[in-house]
Design a binder for this molecule. Sequence first.
Ligand code: HEM
Ligand SMILES: [Cu+2]
Length: 579
Amino acid sequence: MTTTLPPRSVPDERVYALNPEKKVTLYFLVTGLVFLMVGVAIGPLQALNYAGIDVYRSLPFLKSYYQGLSLHGVLNALVFTTYFISGLLLYLPCRELGVRPNLKMSWAGYWIMTVGVLMAAVAVLGNNATLLYTFYPPLQGSPLFYIGAALLVVGSLVIGAQVVTIWTVWKRRHPREVTPLVTFMSVATWLMWFVASLGLVVEVVFLLIPWSLGLTRGVDPLLARTLFWYTGHPIVYFWLLPAYVSWYGLLPRSAGGVIASQTMARLAFVLFLLLSTPVGLHHQFADPGIGMGWKVLQMLLTFLVVIPSLLTAFSVGASLELGARARGGGGWSGWIRHLPWRDPVFVAQALAMITFIPGGAGGIVNASVALDAAVHNTAWIPGHFHITVGTATTLTFFGVTFWLLPHLTRKPLASRRMALWASWLWFWGMALFAVGMHWEGLIGIPRRTYLATATGLGDMLARAHIPMALTGISGLVLTVAAVLYFTVTFRTLFGPRVTAAQETPIPFSDSLEDAEHRALPAGAATVSPAGARIHGAQLVLDRLWVFTALALLLVVIMYGPTLIGMLLNPHPVPGLRLW
Ligand code: HEM
Ligand SMILES: [Cu+2]
């Protein structure tokens, strides 16, 4: 006797035939995650180094601590983020607007990026670009590294240009309509990235590539650093805003709530577009050759970023509270228990948001001319950015993969429990890590140091036993978290496709404003006066090109004089290879 079993697996073509953009998105995500896996694997070795334990001597594949650190920084902070963001911020706006991206362009972006990363990888793995992820001259690496880095950025710009084009066409066809929220936030992020990436592109294309090819004899380190940090500060918003897209636009739905205020979300993104770029000098407080006045001015502008950050904290918090109260939660804090704490999509992102609170607070310390002097180039700094990009962004992206991978592949998440454990362990691991590293920094322990073998630190190490132990333990906790996360991800990807009929929905969330609109009687010709005002305000915020032009103007004002001074008084130096 024969029985017909339900098909255990549906051929790829059927899943991707309807939405071919799913495939390119999946490639972006998975390639990014593979690079993250390699980058993260080195992290615990560094954490052990910060506990005074040297494991590098017994590693045949790393020539030095600094080669490992270069791989870690480049793969995690630059490569993983760029892939993941390109995939996510291409896919979401296309699905929200219901249009298909130009697939040739999307794949071109993917391949440009991938060729670039492979070139850079050849250089770093061959120990020919042990430059750390900031690649400051006069350290000089193989041209392959710089060309690869440029291609990574170009690939992302190809994707960004596509999203902006799609939006422009949509806007032309719907001039009186407000851009849907997730698309609005994605376009604002890409426009910010266009303005922000200029510094890096100019630095790499005009200074570093010709210099590494031997076409020019020297590069001015100060000019290069200034161009680098012109991009290096706003790049943190390129990492963070996609997480905000998810917190504002998708998480409320995952929590059973609605967006508390779309208008606030839009305003926050416009402020980020304006304020992200003209403030990079706060990374150069210790550099000579830049006027103190400009440093202080950019410090003050940096502080303004508190406004959209608090807007985000309060409005996302309100959205979650609405969700929890709708699920029966009450009291002034009792509602928190009614959030979906068994859903890894929610838990990973909620923990990421909680982690961002001390991350943002520490950022204010770093941005202050006076306080920064105490923490500059100490272990405090990696302590800071592991709870911002390393958790607020990364753990949010973990949460996103928990719905997005099933959505793209039609394969169910391999294990909810494992996903929950991975999220909680990443959260606690990074909490320990941050306490340890910030504390070491306050004692004066430097960052970027092969500490396990370092001499000349006086009695600092003796005073740092407790935080160093915390860092070491955090490395072990994070290893377990990472193993669980990648296990659940790859088991999902390679698992059977059993739910052919059901597509995991994209959690595009409703907002209070939408609900108000729907409450109007059907066919009502007029909108309430409040509704009309909101619509008007949102249409003003929709003029993203105007805000981009303003952002560029701010850049010219804030950087023009400093850059002209540097160009008129260059100090080129030849390259060095210290490894
Ligand atoms: C298992 C998880 C991780 C551990 C244990 C870890 C550990 C560390 C440690 C100890 C350092 C300081 C090294 C030094 O200054 O000498 C470091 C640096 C760094 N980490 Fe991580 N990390 C992890 C994950 C991540 C993630 C997810 C990101 C970003 C998405 C990231 C980005 C960076 C960057 C950019 C640096 C600076 C590299 C440099 O100074 O050139 N890390 N990491
Ligand atoms: Cu900054």
